[in-house]
Design a protein around this ligand. Sequence first.
Ligand code: AMP
Ligand code: MG
Length: 404
Amino acid sequence: MLSYTDARQKVIEIAGTLPRAAAHTTIEIEQAFGRILAAPVLADRDYPPFDRSTRDGFALRSADAPAPGARLECVGELRAGGQIEASILPGQCVEIMTGAAVPQGADAVAMIEHTTREGRMITVDRAVPKGDHIVYRGSEARAGALLVAPKTRLGYAEMALAAQAGATRLDVFSAPRLAILSTGDEVVDARSRPGPLQVRNSNGISIEVLARTGGAETLQLGNAPDEKVALRALIERGLQADILVLSGGVSMGKYDLVEQVLADLGAEFHFTGVSIRPGRPAVFATCRGKLVFGLPGNPVSTMVTFELFVLPAVDILNGATARPLPVFRAKLAAPVHEKGPMTHFLPSRIEWEGREARVTQLPWQGSGDIVALALANGFLIVGPERPEIAAGEWVDVVPRRGAL
Ligand code: AMP
Ligand code: MG
């Protein structure tokens, strides 16, 4: 059985072989957060567009202030956006504000904190080297230079950069469509009142949120009974999307029919189990040119396996590279015992003491326990090589998406 890292790699590899519908769409910049850029954003002019002062102070000729104690005559004032015609002559300076263009003749700025003023005369209390507190025209980017490359995920910094360059309408890849289908005779809609032995469909909402925040457009197909004909009809509908995500029906039970129905539809299976707990029965296949994930139905299994295996596929079909799993190290607060050959993802609380992360496993009743998961802000990852871990040891943890 594959390790979770190999299974992720498999998804990335297979998703990369699908012909990507290279559909683009142009959207307003405000709508672009999280989308993947399709056409480059170029610098419309030099950045900065002029030699810019980075401090409030006095623009001067560095040759006039080679040592502390230089005395200069202040001949004018330059505010941000302002201009003066005359060049600075030897022995002169100009009062300048942050963001203003350094005037002709000047080649350095003395910070106001390093000066004293008596009338028109300014004394500078230290040497001012050439170029001090100036960012030169074009030093951040030249006109025409690539500012944001295609395939970049747009976050606030990339969006601010695009706005700076006047690119307020952005060409982005169309998001992949992800169909969501839960299965199970016992599963009812979350808005309905369940019978005593029924459960509400919670996977519909967790998958939807994970998919949308991950960059997919979602299509809810509801719930399929554990019966082949109806299940097949709904799977066929789901195969119209780019990615079909099923929950439930992939274990060893007599009524776990997802794999059989997919096989009847000609699916090619890339894995039918991963060495993790929760989430062991997770299935990944291609069928009619689409990606299909059969996630185990227990709600915590569904969420963990979505994060591990479906999100990389969403990234790739979006035209981006797969986001790495943000694993980091934390100090274990209390000992952990997990035996068996699997890698465990255990709902946990991660807290910081100073700069040191500490992690505490939460009590839980296994992969159906969303009560515990909602109290957790991450998972402790325990590999098969470490059945017993003592308090104070360093362990791998991963945040629960959006909770940390
Ligand atoms: P399965 O993977 O079909 O064997 O389901 C495992 C467990 O998860 C069962 O207890 C199901 O009732 C539960 N389950 C399956 N699908 C859902 C769902 N959509 N929402 C909440 N619980 C579910
Ligand atoms: Mg089931």
